[in-house]
Design a protein around this ligand. Structure first.
Ligand code: ADP
Ligand code: MG
Length: 488
């Protein structure tokens, strides 16, 4: 196993280390907003059914959505974190058209969750622990739409007040690959816990990356924050670009200025959005409309009982129970639908074969049509029947792949396709002997070559039989029959 080493940047002055910390905003799976009865589904028509609180009308008061709190606790437990029995909601004051209250209700000094961690796989048999500093609850803002009119900005408040968890890591990540792996793992934990759908395209999971560079053993460098990365690919690209930019800047005698930057997906570059001088002073203070949030041990323990098996435990179980290798176990445990598919398929079958078919054949095909395993045209039971036909030697592996392709397109069962197309494997020795006799007798030269010690000719003969039977002859029977016949 090759050892994984974090990527470094080679500059003219030597090697630079990269330091990354991520701030992730995850929309909580719950029907209502964080402090109102407005609907949390922001996909609906703009500004329909807004609650009065979410558009900041005077006289309205926030009431905490207890399911959102439960979800934050559940996430905290899934992140191996401390659940704080007392947390405080603060007002984070700033003016922006998409923020009708003039402040965002968030948690600042006393978050609901602190000090957790996530393990990421840095090789097949090594993990790295990334510490999490905090998880706090906060409201989302509305959305300014600049592309609806040439001279006006429209605002959609559907998102205003939606419940978010902000999950902040320590600066423990050392390159863009680790950052990508961390976000992938975090997303998978959120999905297992069913506390956020993890859909980055729709914005229910968003990521800001803090990046700095330094020489080995030097203190942390000045960081830049890249805002609103909406895919794991863009997160990785943005960090890679940004780290190189900082090295170039430092080596040409300039400083890195602490600032907020944006990633431009078309150029692949980051650019300044606002500098620290323009940074907001948020004047945080406890929201006088909300009491401190207090949790009982009972509530926390009740939620702990609802936690499902999480990715790390699932992976270990797949290794122990099914004898899967670390790589297969990691891929299969990355989401619950894949794990469920695998466990149905592997039931009373060769687990290694089952994992292989999912990873190499099924994933490839699903990728082609952009579907997830949940919507696979071939379900685990039907694929299982195909594997049974291979293992009973009714069809060869090669034919099985053809049948699989056909099943994928037509949705027909393996048996039907094999029947209709006459693809059954020929294992009947008499039939194979007949074909072998015919081929040997019309290829005396090759026979002599074999008998004078050129064993490679065996493969040629096998090939001829396969050609003759359109790949349907059982290869091991064919091999044996040819060897026997050529001896004579
Ligand atoms: P702020 O309140 O300004 O956002 P935080 O202390 O909350 O600052 O840090 C935000 C994120 O930046 C965290 O994920 C943290 O790990 C990361 N971070 C802090 N210092 C550095 C640094 N020097 N280089 C890279 N990331 C950093
Ligand atoms: Mg921050």
């Amino acid at each position: 196993m090759s050892e994984y080493n974090a990527k470094k940047i080679k500059g003219t002055s030597g090697e630079w280390n990269i330091v990354i910390g991520l701030e992730v905003h995850a929309q909580i799976t719950t029907n209502l907003k964080l402090f109102s009865n407005g609907a949390a589904d922001f996909r609906k028509e703009a500004n329909q059914k807004l609650d009065l609180l979410d558009i900041g009308l005077p006289g309205t008061l926030p009431v905490i959505n207890s399911m959102a709190v439960d979800q934050a606790i559940k996430t905290g437990l899934a992140l191996n974190a401390t659940i704080n029995k007392k947390s405080i909601f603060d007002r984070k004051n700033y003016f922006y058209p998409d923020l009708p209250l003039g402040y965002q209700i968030s948690q600042f000094k006393d978050p609901i969750v602190s000090e957790g961690y996530i393990n990421i796989d840095i090789s097949d048999d090594k993990t790295k622990t990334i510490k999490i500093e905090r998880l706090h609850l906060e409201q989302d803002a509305g959305k300014s739409l600049h592309d609806q009119s040439p001279d006006k900005t429209f605002i959609d408040y559907n998102r205003a007040g939606v419940a978010l968890m902000e999950i902040v890591s320590y600066p423990d990540l050392s390159d863009w690959v680790e950052a990508g792996d961390y976000l992938t793992k975090l997303r998978s934990i959120l999905r297992f816990a069913d506390t956020c759908d993890g859909n980055m395209e729709e914005g229910s999971l968003r990521c800001d990356a803090n990046v700095s560079v330094r020489k080995a053993n030097e203190p942390l460098g000045i960081r830049c924050e890249i805002k609103n990365l909406n895919s794991i690919k863009n997160l990785m690209k943005a960090i890679e670009y940004e780290a190189h930019r900082q090295v170039k800047s430092l080596e040409s005698g300039n400083k890195v200025v602490q600032e907020t930057r944006l990633f431009d997906t078309s150029s692949g570059k980051t650019k300044t959005m606002r500098s620290k001088e323009e940074a907001h002073d948020y004047r945080y203070f406890p929201d006088p409309d909300l009491l401190p949030l207090e949790l009982t041990d009972q509530r926390i323990e009740d939620i702990r009982k609802t936690l499902p098996e999480l990715p790390d435990d699932l992976k270990m179980r797949l290794i122990n129970q099914y004898g899967l290798g670390a790589y297969d176990a990691r891929v299969v445990s990355s989401d619950q639908d894949t794990a469920e598919y695998f466990e149905t398929l592997a039931n009373n079958r060769d687990a290694k074969q089952a994992a292989n078919w999912i990873i190499t054949n099924l994933f490839g095909k699903l990728n082609d049509i952009g579907k997830s395993i949940k919507d696979s045209p071939i379900d685990a039971k039907e694929l299982g029947k195909l594997l049974d036909l291979i293992n009973k030697q009714i069809i060869s592996n090669k034919i099985a792949k053809e049948v699989f392709e056909e099943m994928f397109i037509s949705g027909e069962t393996a048996e039907n396709i094999i029947e209709k197309k006459g693809l059954k494997q020929i294992s009947n020795t008499d039939e194979i002997e007949g074909i072998v006799d015919k081929i040997i007798s019309s290829n005396e030269d090759q026979k002599k070559q074999y008998q004078s010690g050129n064993s490679k000719v065996l493969g040629w003969f096998v090939g001829q039989v396969m050609k003759e039977t359109k790949g349907q002859a059982n290869p091991s029977v064919v091999n044996q029959v040819i060897i026997d016949k050529l001896k004579k």
